[in-house]
Design a protein around this ligand. Structure first.
Ligand SMILES: Nc1nc2c(ncn2[C@@H]2O[C@H](COP(=O)(O)OP(=O)(O)O)[C@@H](OP(=O)(O)OP(=O)(O)O)[C@H]2O)c(=O)[nH]1
Length: 185
């Protein structure tokens, strides 16, 4: 392997390790209480395996995408460890948890449209992962109405991410179509 390959592998592992430490005590909302780190790793894997996205900045940001929103990690910390480019992408995909939930959700739809191409890629893969999870199993405590609203809201977000990655958008359309149809019958 070349020196460049070495540094790419090291950069990816550094992000996975950072995210694993930060999310160590968190679990997903499924009945198996899956370790949370499965989500950012799965999002990065969707990008490479299905989206054929190999841009290092995007993969690093995917691994780190929930650290600021869901842990004590700050954007300054992300920049210190991973640089300004990664900081910017993570910032773009981070909801402000200080806002009321409805406003957070509304802003996500709005911001999707004007996000950078790299942030849109992370968002597409994030939504695909979460919608697949939702199709597989209802998270603990969610009513059928909340599930339905999530699919409808996700459709609006995805609508504003279009023109970014054909494969991911096609797969999102399929999962949305299956579930919005099913839930409105
Ligand atoms: N479907 C599913 N989602 C789970 C599970 N465990 C955790 N989540 C997270 O729950 C969030 C969606 O729940 P909401 O009620 O809409 O949001 P909230 O937790 O932020 O209030 C998503 O986070 P998010 O970062 O806010 O993503 P997004 O809603 O912006 O896509 C998703 O990653 C699970 O087992 N299944």
């Amino acid at each position: 392997m070349s020196n460049r390959d070495d540094s790419i592998v090291a950069a990816i592992i550094k992000c996975a390790n950072f995210a694993a430490i930060k999310h160590a005590n968190q679990r997903r909302k499924d009945s198996e209480k899956t370790p949370y780190i499965n989500h950012p790793i799965g999002v990065a894997n969707i990008l490479t395996d299905e989206g054929h996205v190999y841009d290092l900045d995007v993969i690093q940001a995917a691994l780190l995408h929930d650290t600021v929103e869901d842990t004590d990690t700050t954007l300054d910390e992300i920049e210190r460890h991973f640089g300004k480019t990664i900081r910017t992408i993570v910032d773009e995909v981070t909801d402000d948890k200080n806002l009321p939930k409805a406003e957070r959700k509304r802003l996500q739809v709005v911001h999707a449209k004007t996000s950078s191409h790299n942030a849109k890629l992370v968002k597409l893969a994030d939504k695909l992962y979460n919608l697949r999870d939702l199709e597989r199993e209802t998270p603990e405590g969610w009513t059928p109405e909340r599930v339905k609203e999530y699919f409808l809201w996700a459709r609006d977000v995805v609508g504003n991410l279009r023109g970014t990655n054909d494969v991911l958008e096609q797969k999102l359309d399929e999962v949305l179509e299956r579930n919005i149809h099913k839930n409105t019958l």
